[in-house]
Design a binder for this molecule. Structure first.
Ligand SMILES: Cc1cc2nc3c(=O)[nH]c(=O)nc-3n(C[C@H](O)[C@H](O)[C@H](O)COP(=O)(O)OP(=O)(O)OC[C@H]3O[C@@H](n4cnc5c(N)ncnc54)[C@H](O)[C@@H]3O)c2cc1C
Length: 211
């Protein structure tokens, strides 16, 4: 004969088993980084880092002592990098993925604040760039920025607000689309081939090469 305690115990075990099975059947529905392991999870579960990983080469730039310059540079760089990941292709090719990975690795060498670059290199080693999709790249960078925020004693940013914060209003115009650019833009070479010579002069170093 089963006692009431055993009955309750069995029901509890069964309920836990059911919950566990449900969790396994439904992989995580949001993109996130596991704070303990640094592993990256997308909609289909664990996403392995891109094969081309590891920072190659040491920091090139010297220390940047000026705190104001450091903060201004930081704000501008974060803006550039977040906007970049939020405009990255939804389904990138391997070449596009490698380009983004290389970009971050090169930034970690060439970033004009040497001590920031050294910290960035450590972060990249711990959390290699995630480039499997736009969402993965944007969430990864947001997480990385939060790591820097944490180290500098700044508040954590809610990565759910990424799209609203970095909405540049630029849309997703395909490259070479005829609707972009202005007829008066002197650098718009696609539009007016007669301007080619002038622009080539500019590219050669800014001295007038046109008679
Ligand atoms: C790669 C890198 C490394 C750096 N390392 C150092 C360092 O070692 N020492 C140092 O003193 N400074 C460092 N900086 C600069 C520092 O991160 C800040 O940019 C700077 O202190 C100015 O801070 P801020 O409070 O104006 O906001 P920032 O951190 O510059 O952020 C700018 C804006 O981005 C938004 N934001 C904040 N967090 C996130 C997030 N997680 N995701 C998306 N958007 C966000 C907010 O709207 C915020 O106002 C580094 C910058 C970069 C790019």
């Amino acid at each position: 004969m089963i006692t009431r305690f055993s009955k309750t115990f069995l029901i509890a075990v069964f309920a836990l088993f059911l919950l566990g099975s449900l969790a396994l059947l439904h992989p995580p529905s949001r993109t996130y980084v596991d704070t303990w392991t640094g592993d990256f999870f997308g909609e289909g579960g664990f996403i392995p880092p891109s094969p081309q990983q590891g920072v190659r080469g040491k920091v090139i730039m010297p220390k940047l002592g000026n705190a104001t310059a450091k903060a201004e540079l930081g704000r501008a760089t974060w803006k550039l990098m977040h906007t970049m990941t939020l405009r990255f292709p939804e389904e990138p090719t391997q070449d596009e993925r490698d380009a983004l990975t290389n970009y971050f690795h090169l930034t970690s060498r060439l970033y004009p604040c040497g001590e920031c670059a050294a910290e960035f290199q450590l972060l990249l080693k711990k959390y290699p760039p995630q480039t499997s999709s736009r969402r993965a790249a944007a969430t990864w960078l947001c997480y990385l920025h939060n790591q820097v925020n944490h180290r500098l004693g700044k508040p954590e940013f809610d990565c759910a607000n990424l799209d609203a914060t970095y909405d540049c209003g630029c849309g997703d115009e395909p490259l070479g689309s005829s609707t972009g650019g202005s007829a008066n833009d002197p650098m718009d070479l696609e539009r007016d081939p007669s301007k080619d010579k002038k622009a080539q002069g500019l590219v050669k170093g800014g001295r007038a090469a046109v008679s």
